[in-house]
Design a protein around this ligand. Structure first.
Ligand code: H53
Length: 795
């Protein structure tokens, strides 16, 4: 293979060439299965599911695909025999940063699970030229560097120029009339060619191979300006190209936050229009009758389109446009097809993440789509007034066009037959508050689908020593069906098993410690507790609360002779480039690390490490080594969280608030096996609505510990690396601590100390940790996908 791929002997090829040859071998096999699957889908008239998402954080694929194809060990052994190793070749694989965080990774886990469940499920996304920025830390600060993930090419993708779709922006809508009939066309505007790249998605068991299709924007025509070139204006000569390619150049680095740029709207329409264009082509090919007519009734029977957050909200309007303008269906028939085909998942309650676009911007960029949105909105209002004329309050909450803006969440909901949240408590909050208007009107539309994760990747691939231990005890059926992990409950009192857990964790801690030493220079003590918080930086996720705990513990060690359980506090995560507050928290953590790690009075007991550039690949090193899983968001704010599930599976004990999926983790693992603290959702809501919370009261109540930590933000204690932390101080003390960090501080530190007091009894600790793994199977994305398939997609 190496010979035919790179024209060299295996001996002469370098690691990357060997790696690429191995990928091609796997992809070759995968594509053969895919073609067989595709033929069967057509023959059996099987329904297809299209998962539209602006983010797919797929991670490195090689080891996962070898595991799924049942070839992992064989390949490992073969490579050893050839004088190299899988580990060595895998290290060559890029980690495509085509997503920001939870939402993008969830989409990737769903692809894996759809293939495992034998569903014909396809991802539809964007092929960003540059993925999410690479994070480096300089003087404690996050600095963003370009992620040129395609520099060496990407061995898994195949470019499919023959399947390109033309997409038009701008232009003018013209009305035509003949014989009492009228219709509209879009004239002029800028036409862009969306070119798809396909990446195989290999399901566990090797029976099903689906694909992820990502779109790249290219000029529809080569308009090279020869005159400009001859004039020496080289950049101008190919300006037509750079303008168009800008659409798929970058991933917006926002996670559950604002997306206010016009280019973002272009991205959203590009991948929606291209995806629907390509679905249409296939549908018509397979459903055109002998007389040339198309069997449109079959459309919702054979196709489900799922919209991940509001980013693909235009799916409804675009499908409507194609069915009416291009295929000549009447409005009512087309609308019925749209609403039976489309479904929507909401992933956040943060108001700033529910996208809104100014009508004038929208109208100018997408005039025909805007007309359809106007018509959807007009009919919605008409229907509403006929049915609930006395509830104008509900109409202003639920209409699409309001206050000069297009409300994308409302558009998504109105075009969908199903709306779901991503954890029980999140769906409750949607129904009770955020989307209550829609819920009152149509409660049946709402349902919950608690998120899940891929156990094969995040336990099987990521944690070989623990996986081997589990498999030796209960067999490897858990890879296929994670609920089999329940069988581990037979080992809660098995001292041999429990002691083996310590050995496995130790190996993983050493592996992580070596990585941290290499990337940060910080040396961790593998006898200390590994306390881990890894996720995006966001005020509501309260990394600040965690570092306040560290500052307090440090103060007490240095001043009061306190001896806590020795602990390594490990953080990782990126902040959106423009999110100054979150970036300040990163700087604070690094500044505290700088002081603590260099203070001989404390650094034998505690250390702080910030792992730079959190990504799928280093996440796979971090989860297996974790012992405490920090899930400490302000109650009501984290829709679900998924790192909580990955850490639970890897035998870390959750220290968390009753928020997101933590609530379900507590129920499943049992309250004795997880440490819950802090305000509940109801308490947060009560404090907010009564205006009875005052940050200064918390500060004054405890000047010795909490007050001191707050003061240290601005008194120079941690200013050594790059200055004080006035912005954070202001947020707490002058903006009244919107995330209740001070309020939850004491219950949080007490809860942490309680966990530390248990840790000394390793067998007790491991039994608790094992109860977590044993009860984590519910959080398999296979289960989540089965629920989507049954309740929403009907496949
Ligand atoms: O989606 C995850 C949730 C998590 C939530 C996250 C998310 C994004 O990553 C981006 C945008 C958005 O609206 C939500 O914050 O709680 O677990 C997957 O559902």
């Amino acid at each position: 293979m190496v010979e035919s791929e790179v024209g060299k002997d295996f001996e002469d090829a370098d690691d990357y060439e060997r790696f690429a040859a191995l990928c091609n071998l796997v992809a070759y096999r995968a594509r053969a299965i895919h073609v067989k699957n595709d033929n069967a889908i057509v023959a059996q008239r099987k329904k297809r599911v299209f998962y539209f998402s602006l983010e797919f954080l797929i991670g490195p694929l090689l080891e996962n695909y070898l595991l799924n194809l049942g070839a992992l060990e064989t390949v490992q052994e073969a490579l050893e025999e050839m004088g190299t190793s899988l580990e060595r070749l895998s290290a060559c694989e890029v980690d495509p940063g085509l997503g920001n965080g939870g939402l993008g990774r969830l989409a990737a886990c769903f692809l894996d699970s759809m293939a495992h469940e034998g569903i014909a499920g396809y991802g539809n996304g964007m092929r960003y030229r540059y993925g999410l920025f690479r994070q480096v830390i300089k003087d404690g600060r996050q600095v963003e560097e370009t992620d040129n993930w395609l520099a060496k090419g990407y061995p898994w993708e195949v470019r499919r120029p023959e399947s390109a779709v033309e997409v038009t922006f701008g232009g003018e809508v013209m009305r035509h009339e003949e014989d009492g009939k009228y219709w509209f066309t879009l004239e002029g505007g800028e036409t862009v060619k969306a070119v798809p790249y396909d990446i195989p998605v290999v399901g566990y068991g090797g029976q099903t191979v689906n694909k992820l299709r990502i779109w790249s924007a290219e000029p529809a025509q080569e308009n090279f300006d020869l005159d400009a070139f001859n004039d020496g204006q080289y950049a101008n000569a190919s300006k037509f190209r750079t303008d168009v390619e800008a659409i798929s150049t970058i991933l917006y680095p926002n996670d559950a936050g604002e997306h206010g740029r016009i280019l973002r709207l272009k991205q959203e329409y590009l991948f929606v229009a291209a995806g629907i264009g390509s679905i249409m082509r296939t549908f018509k090919r397979e459903n055109t009758r002998a007389d040339g007519t198309v069997d449109w009734d079959m459309f919702p029977e054979l196709i489900a389109i799922h919209t991940n957050d509001t980013h693909p909200a235009m799916c409804g309007a675009e499908l409507l446009r194609v069915l009416i303008d291009e295929e000549g269906l009447d409005y009512d028939r087309a609308w019925d097809i749209v609403t039976r085909t489309i479904s929507y998942t909401n992933h956040t309650v943060l108001p700033e993440a529910l996208e809104k676009w100014p009508i004038d911007v929208f109208h100018r960029l997408l005039p025909r789509i805007y007309m359809y949105i106007e018509e959807i909105d007009r009919r919605y209002r008409e229907d509403f007034i006929a049915k609930h004329g006395d509830r104008m309050d509900l109409l202003c909450e639920t209409a699409i066009l309001w206050d000069g803006q297009v409300r994308m969440a409302n558009l998504s909901i109105i075009c969908s037959h199903s709306v779901n949240g991503v954890a029980k408590i999140h769906t409750d909050i949607l129904e009770r508050e955020v989307l209550n208007g829609f819920y009152q009107l149509d409660p049946e539309k709402f349902n919950n689908k608690t998120n899940g994760i891929s156990f094969r990747r995040f336990l099987g691939n990521a944690n070989p020593s623990y996986s081997r231990l589990i498999t030796s005890a209960i067999g490897d059926g858990w890879l296929d069906d994670a609920s089999e992990l329940h069988k581990l409950s037979a080992f809660y009192k098995d001292s041999v098993f429990l002691d083996a857990m310590t050995d496995s964790k130790r190996l993983n801690k050493e592996r992580l410690a070596a990585y941290i030493k290499k990337t940060t220079g910080v040396e961790l003590d593998c006898d200390s507790v590994f306390d881990v918080q890894v996720k995006r930086f966001h005020a509501y996720k309260r990394q600040l609360l965690n570092i306040f705990k560290v500052m307090d513990v440090y103060n007490r060690i240095v001043n009061w002779g306190y001896t806590p359980r020795p602990t390594s506090f490990i953080f990782a995560g990126k902040a959106a480039q423009s999110y100054t507050y979150a970036k300040e928290v990163i700087r604070l953590i690094n500044s505290v690390a700088h002081v603590v790690n260099n203070d001989p009075r404390a650094n034998q007991i505690i250390k702080v490490a910030f792992v730079p550039n959190f990504s799928v690949s280093n996440a796979e090193l971090i989860y297996p080594a974790a012992e405490i899983s920090e899930q400490i968001s302000t109650a009501g704010m984290e829709a679900s969280g998924t790192s909580n599930m990955k850490l639970m599976a890897n035998a870390a004990i959750t220290l968390g608030t009753l928020d997101g999926a933590n609530v379900e983790i507590a129920q499943l693992a049992g309250r004795d096996n997880i440490e819950i603290f802090g305000l509940t959702v109801d308490e947060v809501e009560a404090l907010k609505s009564s205006n009875s919370y005052f940050a200064w009261d918390e500060y004054n109540r405890d000047r010795d510990r909490l007050g001191r930590v707050v003061d240290e933000l601005i008194d120079g204690t941690f200013a050594g690396l790059s200055g004080n932390f006035n912005l954070i101080y202001d947020g707490l003390m002058h903006k009244n601590d919107a995330d209740f960090v001070l309020k939850d501080f004491h219950s949080y530190v007490d809860a942490w100390e309680h966990l530390g007091s248990i840790y000394g009894d390793q067998r007790r600790w491991n039994a608790m940790a094992l109860a977590n793994t044993a009860n984590s199977g519910f959080f398999s994305s296979d289960r989540t996908i089965r629920e989507y398939a049954e309740d929403i997609w009907h496949v």
